[in-house]
Design a protein around this ligand. Structure first.
Ligand SMILES: [Zn+2]
Length: 385
């Protein structure tokens, strides 16, 4: 412990930047929501779908795949100027770090390619079920999509990402400190890798998970150890099967909402929309609109609240396991130097998936039940010092 870490204040320029960045973020979200609406209300969706049917010769898989890829490409193209303003021009005006225009464009292209690959791999599932079992398609689709998405995520994290992210093993001294902590929690042979850049994390789920720790040279060894202990909590408790359960719950709820609201919208506005069934591939923009709106209004605030709780508990676990309170506080001050250190309501609800820097430093400064002989919250999980 020894020595309290001063609670970090938000730099004045950062405090002025964030509320404006919120407006830009809301504008970008609303613009993204408007695109499927325009497709639906202008009659563009059934016309584009008819074109895809001619191109695909009526073969159902290809109709939905070509339609989805064309829709996603057009949406990406229309969004390009808005995204450029939000990601590049706005940030540059505030002297924030930005990629070059070429790097940004490549990133947009890769994101579109990823969306099209996912659409080609997965969209046939709900469209097959909605044709064959129109009342319970959302249930069967979730059951088939969850394992497919879990495999896709695992392949992306464990096989593809290492191709462009150099990972290496920690040096022996650091590795032995990491392994000693893990062993106190009964975990042996934990795969631990170092990488350059911010954002320690656990990737993969179940038996395929591994811990990634940053090798930032500005961090002391104690700081790296306490950051590793934070990830160890995710490794032991959060990334076993919880992400799969969460994915299933999100898909289940999202597809059910599409079933209820999409079905009702088609019944009321079928003439305007130009299609009369959710099974028609022209309904894809309607599903995108309903999923995006429900995520924005309900899903994201709930996800952020759950995530902040999980992260706060990982900090608590790290402190209990290491007693390195000062190192924890200093690491948070270092990482949050250019962040908002005290949240206001809008930011907390919609944009923050981690506790604020000041909340984390406050925890590091004040959380030490062991000094008063009180039990640890995670005392049953690991042998605490
Ligand atoms: Zn975490």
């Amino acid at each position: 412990m020894n020595g309290l870490v001063p609670i970090p204040a938000t730099l004045p320029i950062i405090a002025r930047f964030y509320p404006r960045a919120d407006w830009v973020w809301v504008g970008t979200q609303l613009f993204a929501l408007a695109i499927p609406l325009v497709f639906l209300l202008s009659g563009l969706s059934p016309r584009l779908c008819a074109f895809c049917e001619r191109v695909a010769g009526g073969r159902k898989y290809w109709v939905i795949t070509i339609f989805a890829c064309l829709y996603l490409s057009l949406a990406a193209l229309v969004t390009l100027p808005v995204g450029y303003f939000a990601d590049i021009l706005f940030r540059r005006a505030w002297h924030g770090p930005t990629p070059t225009t070429a790097q940004w464009l490549v990133g947009q292209g890769v994101a579109l390619l990823r969306e099209c690959i996912l659409a080609a791999a997965l969209l046939w599932v709900p469209y097959t079920f909605v044709r064959r079992t129109p009342k319970t398609w959302w249930l069967w689709s979730t059951a088939v999509l969850v394992p497919l998405l879990a495999v896709a995520l695992g392949v992306y994290q464990l096989i593809l990402t290492p191709l462009w992210t150099p990972y290496r093993s920690p040096d022996p001294v650091l590795a032995s400190r990491f392994e000693a902590l893990a062993a106190r929690c009964g975990a042996t042979h934990v795969p631990i890798y170092l990488f350059s850049g911010p954002g320690e994390t656990v990737v993969g789920v179940g038996p395929f998970r591994r811990i990634l720790v940053t090798d930032d040279p500005n961090l002391s060894q104690d700081e790296q150890v306490v950051l590793f202990a934070h990830e160890l909590k995710h490794y032991l408790l959060d990334d076993t099967w919880k992400p799969i359960v969460m994915l299933a719950a999100l898909l289940f709820a999202g597809l059910w909402v599409v079933h209820i609201i999409g079905g009702a919208a088609i019944r009321v506005f079928r003439r305007r929309l130009g299609f009369s069934d959710l099974a028609d591939p022209a309904s894809f923009p309607l599903a995108v609109f309903i999923l995006s709106l429900s995520w924005f209004l309900i899903g994201l605030p709930v996800f952020n609240a759950v995530s902040r709780h999980i992260e706060f508990e990982a900090d608590r676990f790290a402190l209990e396991l290491t007693h390195l309170n000062r190192a924890e506080g200093l690491a948070q001050v270092y990482f949050d130097k250019y962040q908002l250190n005290e949240y206001y309501s809008f930011y907390r609800i919609w944009r923050a998936d981690h506790p604020s820097g000041s909340a984390r430093v406050r925890l590091a400064n004040t959380y030490h039940p062991w000094t008063a002989g009180k039990p640890s919250v995670y005392g049953k999980l690991c042998r605490m010092p």
